[in-house]
Design a protein around this ligand. Structure first.
Ligand code: FES
Length: 149
């Protein structure tokens, strides 16, 4: 693993809670790693298994979903559905020889800015320890890098 390795992490955050928590973390000037690129989604229940796996194919080293607290989803049970899909995704990763820990589900309410920052710090640390997913970046990763600067 290169000395200066920094993981690329994609986070799907629901707009009602976790995206607001990320905003709050920013307002509170809490530091969290720039490794985490956030995609705002209406609900984590909107995130398909394909969205998670495609992120890895496109060069992400880790992917997480962050939704409303269980039983607080604005669309009733979207976060439960997302949690189930993440479990399925972990199984698929394992079957293809990828560490399932690279995919995770978290729950952060809009008031949990500090917890959201901690989530990002801890998950980035976990992925940093696992190392790059691809020994050599796939062509798609270069596209991801280029689009995020
Ligand atoms: Fe937040 Fe469903 S609205 S997880």
């Amino acid at each position: 693993m290169p000395d200066n390795y920094e993981p690329k992490i994609l986070a799907y955050c629901c707009q009602w809670c976790s995206y607001a928590a990320a905003d709050l973390a920013g307002s509170m000037r809490l530091q969290y790693p720039a490794n985490v690129r956030i995609v705002r989604v209406p609900c984590t229940g909107r995130v398909d298994l394909l969205h998670m796996l495609k992120a890895f194919e496109d060069g992400a080293d880790g992917v997480f979903l962050s939704g409303c607290l269980l039983d607080d989803c604005h669309y009733v049970n979207g976060n439960y559905k997302a949690q189930k899909r993440v479990t399925e995704g972990k199984k698929i990763l394992e079957q293809i020889g990828v560490e399932p820990e690279r995919l995770e589900m978290f729950f952060n309410s809009s008031a949990m800015g500090p917890q959201f920052a901690t989530t990002c710090i801890d998950f980035t640390g976990r992925i940093r320890e696992l190392g790059p997913l691809y020994p050599q970046a796939p062509p798609e990763a270069q596209v991801l890098e280029a689009s995020h600067g």
